[in-house]
Design a protein around this ligand. Structure first.
Ligand code: CA
Length: 245
């Protein structure tokens, strides 16, 4: 297996160098880009496994890079590097499908832990749930595809597929935001970060809305004061239907 390849898109040279050096010292391949245009070019190259993306960039804004990366490679993991206080941008980034974020100034150790967690999720996914059904939709969690019909497909990000797999694997009970953070993101939860979970679930719900509008299967339920739970219409592919038809 080749070492994971990470693209670091950051215009502050000291930070970019520091991050790239820390990655290389940990056995990753690192490519560097100092502006948005170059960053986008590097990010969509073949063989890239993860992108670290600063948001305030010359030539092309980080959120714009993110939108374009999502369009070309919907499942490529992206971690946002954000300034303290840049909460609006962080929220927008998560809404646009970033997998995680790290607030500057961050330690190399913290960043590497996030990189490792996101890559672990994306390269070695839980094997217990591979497929699911939701109303008329067939969900392929390995390929992260939701098929509404032979021609209508919605792509899920790594994180969205991992959340879905976890909810399905534990579908008899509610799952807390903290549990999702530690099991899906691989990080120890702190109060602030539970919003990350909410943003991803909101995005996932939008993606799991039947595009025809004919059916509205309950994919994910909110359990008050606790977290989330797989809805009655979200079933493992091999489960017998639990609803009287
Ligand atoms: Ca910057």
């Amino acid at each position: 297996m080749h070492p994971a390849r990470v693209v670091v898109i950051e215009d502050e040279q000291a930070i970019r160098r520091g991050v790239a050096d820390a990655l290389r010292a940990s056995g990753y391949e690192a490519a560097e880009a100092g502006d948005g245009d170059q960053g986008l070019e590097e990010a969509v190259r073949a063989g890239v496994d993860l992108v670290l993306l600063d948001l305030m960039l010359p030539r092309r804004d980080g959120l714009d890079v993110l939108a374009e990366v999502r369009r070309v490679r919907p499942t490529l993991p992206v971690i946002i590097l954000t300034a303290r206080g840049g909460e609006d941008d962080r929220v927008r980034g998560l809404k646009m499908g970033a997998d995680d974020y790290v607030v500057k100034p961050f330690s190399a150790r913290e960043l590497l832990a996030r990189v490792e967690a996101v890559l672990r999720r994306s390269l070695g996914r839980p094997r217990d749930v591979q497929g699911a059904r939701l109303g008329r939709a067939v969900i392929d969690l390995d390929r992260r595809e939701v098929w509404w019909s032979e021609r209508e497909r919605t792509d899920l990000s790594e994180t969205e597929a991992a959340i879905l797999a976890f909810l399905i694997a534990h579908r008899k009970r509610a799952v807390s935001r903290e549990e999702l953070l530690s099991r899906v993101w691989g990080i120890e939860p702190t109060g602030l970060e539970t919003r990350t979970v909410d943003m991803h679930v909101a995005r996932l719900r939008t993606k799991l809305r039947d595009p025809s509008g004919r059916q509205s299967p309950d994919a994910i339920l909110t359990v008050r004061a606790h977290g989330y739970m797989a809805g009655p219409d979200l079933l493992p592919a091999d489960a017998p239907s639990e609803r009287a038809s």
